[in-house]
Structures are given as C-alpha cells and as structure tokens.
Design a protein around this ligand. Structure first.
Ligand SMILES: [Zn+2]
Length: 433
C-alpha cells in the first residue's frame, strides 16, 4: 500500500503527490484549509482509480488552469489546453480523436498544470474533479471509460455529502468518514477487470467529485485522517445502511457469509423517519409482483411467516434482528420458499424486517401470532406489510449514529470511535497511515 505524506497549512497549500501510472508522472493537488492554525501531519493515503463513466462516445474536458492531454503509451504531450476552453475527446472504431483530429494511443491522461497557491480541478462532462483523469477504451465496448485518479482522502471529500447530511452532528459524519474510507480501501480492486478500483455509483459508494463537497464533511475527513476499522489487523468491509429499525443483523442472515465483526446489535434509530413503515398490496398486485415464484405453485392461497417478536429473535425463518430470512408462498399446486431479500426486491420494500397481516375491507382479521396468512379472495382483501428500518441492516446504522452523536459528551472529539465500536463488533479503530 503506497501512502503519501505531507505537511498541511491553514491556507491554500499546494500538495505535491507523485502518482504511478505506466511510468512516473508528477502530479499536484490543492486541498481545502484546515481549521487548525498549526502545521500538522496529513496523509493523502493510497491512490484510487475511480470509474466515473464507461462506454462514452464523447467526453468534454476543461480546467480552471491550463492543462495537457498526455499519451498514456509514451508520456508525450498530445495536446495543450487553455484554461476554461473545452476540448472534446471522441472514440470511433477503437481510435481516439481530440477535437476531431485522430491520435494513436491506447490511453490519454488529462493533467492540470499547477499554479501556485491555487485550487485546481479538471472538468469532465460539466462536473469538476480533483486529481487527474484517464481515458481508455471500455473493455468489450466501443466507447470511452473515464477514470478519476486521486488519493483516497480527496476521494472521500466527494463521497461523504452523497452518503450523509452535512448538517448532522460532526461525530456521526466522522463515523461515516471512517466507514467510507475503510470500505473504499477494502474494495480497492473490486472493478480491476474494468481498469479501475471502484465505481462512482451505489454499487460501491456514490461519488460526486468536487462539486458536491461541503466544509463540514471535508472537516470530518480531515479530523479522521487515515483512520480505518480493523479486525485482527485487517481492513473490514465496513457496510453501512440508513436505519436498522431497532436492531442490526448478522451478516450471514443477509448475505450468507459469517463475518465476526458484523453482528446484530441494538440500534438507536427510534427517531429516524424510516424507523417504521407500512405497505399494502391487493392480492392481485402481490401475485403480479411475485409472478416468477407464484407461477410455479398455482393460485396463491396463503403466506407463511412467523410473527415478529422483540430482538434477539430465534425463529428459523428470521435473523437475530427479526429480518425475514425466508417466507413460504403456498398455492393450490404446491408451495415455495422465497428469500427475504428477494421479496424485498420484488415488492420494493424498505427492508426485510417486517410482519405480514391479512386485512379485510374493514378490519384486521389476522391474529398476531398466526403463522399462516390465508388469502380468501374476499372483496377488499389487503396484504399488509408492517416493517422497520431502511436498508440491509448490516453494520453502521446512519440514523443510529446520528442519535448516538447527539447524546455524546460535549467536546469528545473521539466519540466517533465509540459509535463505530458499537456497530462493528470487536474491531480496532485506528490510524492506518
Ligand atoms: Zn462498483
């Protein structure tokens, strides 16, 4: 793991960071001010390759300073760009053109030319990014892959505002910063086959680049500089979600894999707007949405699921938090077991932590501890899903973290570690670089 260290001042500071491409190219970064007046050690962390887009036919490039397009094959300058003047890179039949002039290369690096004490960025398709940009042909496709190359700390500036509200208590934002940093470093080779480390969508983490940055989220990144979550000296996949609905879930009950640090714990998200939810379906809508399963069992007669009780739950069809592992659909020609995650996707439910009730037109006729919920076909019959929480419910709960941070002792600038140790069992939270 290659790490870059520097001294950072309270004013705009020019940071020199060497990035390793096919050969060494010197790159530079400017970074926002720290509140602290004194010099401090500040590490930018390993360089990440973030996939912004794939299969683009046309990419518009610009910068706030003069910039260069460099041939990735031999490091020669292909074209010089003037600040604030857009340049167009296109691909046709596997060949690049810059402003309609064909060039022979496999990849193009876009580098802003450094000026003293000035923030610099590269504009790609109308959005601004720190660091450098690389273009190459998308694997098995005719278009261009656009990659933003920058150290993880600067990448996190563009992540946090997408994942958490900048208005929330700082200790909650700091907990999110550490989870996001750990998640990014753990998943560094996730998209290796595509030529980058991680993508910029919710498949990895939503990355908005420089335009999305806020001073409070940047501060949370700076104040947790290099801090990660480790279990037995290794980075963990630091999963997080919006709201667990009272209790988080063991990893194996959601994804099948047992991970000792992803255990169900009490969530403190009772004030979350997603704490409790309800969805109602007419049996016909339920049958339509679950068609791939129901087609195999004939006419739907009943849904079998144990009643939700207080956590920790020990029923076979539920996880420790009460999340549905499986439920059974019973038809006139047989029955089929459906994973809770599948039901959640098919019915677009906020979480798998739910109870099922049958309602007639006027009143709830289901007794709460009944397991089989029969569909009679009576007029006005409704299948009611009553649930808790939003998201998969594994690892850090963002609304729970907010609630913990609101109750934190005043001026405890390390309280984010308490939050992380609550939601990730048996972990160390400490500086990795
Ligand atoms: Zn991804």
């Amino acid at each position: 793991m290659k790490t870059y260290f520097l001294k950072k001042r309270n004013t705009w500071v020019r940071l020199l960071v060497s990035l390793f491409f096919s050969s060494l190219i010197l790159s530079s970064f400017a970074s926002p001010a720290l509140a602290d007046e004194k010099m401090m050690n500040y590490a930018l962390g390993p360089v990440l390759r973030v996939g912004l887009w794939t299969n683009q036919s046309n990419v518009l490039i610009c910068s706030d300073v003069d910039f260069q397009l460099i041939d990735g094959d031999n490091q020669r300058v292909l074209k010089k760009g003037k600040r604030n003047i857009k340049m167009s890179v296109t691909m046709k039949n596997g060949r690049f053109s810059i402003d309609s002039v064909p060039v022979q290369t496999h990849s193009i690096f876009i580098k802003a030319i450094t000026t003293e004490d000035k923030e610099r960025f590269i504009e790609v398709n109308g959005r601004n990014y720190r660091g450098d940009v690389e273009l190459h042909q998308t694997k098995k496709n005719a278009g261009i892959t656009v990659i933003n190359i920058l150290p993880v700390e600067l990448y996190l500036y563009g992540i946090l505002p997408q994942e958490i509200s900048p208005e929330w208590p700082l200790e909650a934002i700091k907990a999110q910063a550490v989870a996001a940093r750990t998640y990014a470093l753990y998943n560094q080779k996730k998209h290796g086959e595509d030529g980058f480390d991680i993508c910029s969508t919710s498949d990895c983490q939503v990355y908005g680049g420089m335009d999305s940055e806020t001073s409070r989220t940047n501060k949370a990144v700076d104040e947790t500089n290099g801090v990660t979550i480790m279990y037995q000296e290794k980075l963990i996949p630091a999963f997080f979600h919006s709201s667990a609905g009272g209790f988080t879930e063991n990893s194996e009950n959601v994804w099948g894999a047992y991970l000792p640090y992803l255990r169900g714990v009490e969530d403190r998200d009772q004030f979350s707007p997603y704490y409790k939810w309800e969805r109602r379906f007419a049996p016909a809508d339920l049958i339509r949405d679950c068609a791939p399963y129901i087609d195999k069992i004939g006419r739907l007669k009943a849904i079998e699921l144990s009643a939700l009780t207080a956590a920790p739950v020990t029923r076979n069809d539920r996880g420790v938090s009460g999340r549905v592992k499986t439920l059974r659909l019973i038809g006139d020609k047989g029955s089929i077991q459906v994973p809770g995650n599948t039901i959640r996707t098919l019915l677009n439910l906020p979480s798998t932590l739910f109870d099922v009730k049958m309602m007639s037109a006027a009143h709830l006729k289901d007794k709460s501890l009944e397991i089989t919920h029969r569909i009679t076909g009576a007029a006005g019959e409704t299948v009611l899903f009553m649930g808790y929480g939003w998201g998969h419910g594994v690892g850090l709960s963002q609304w729970g973290a907010k609630s913990m941070a609101e109750q934190a002792p005043k001026n405890d600038a390390a309280y984010y570690k308490e939050i992380l140790r609550h939601y990730y069992t048996g972990v160390d939270v400490r500086k990795s670089y």
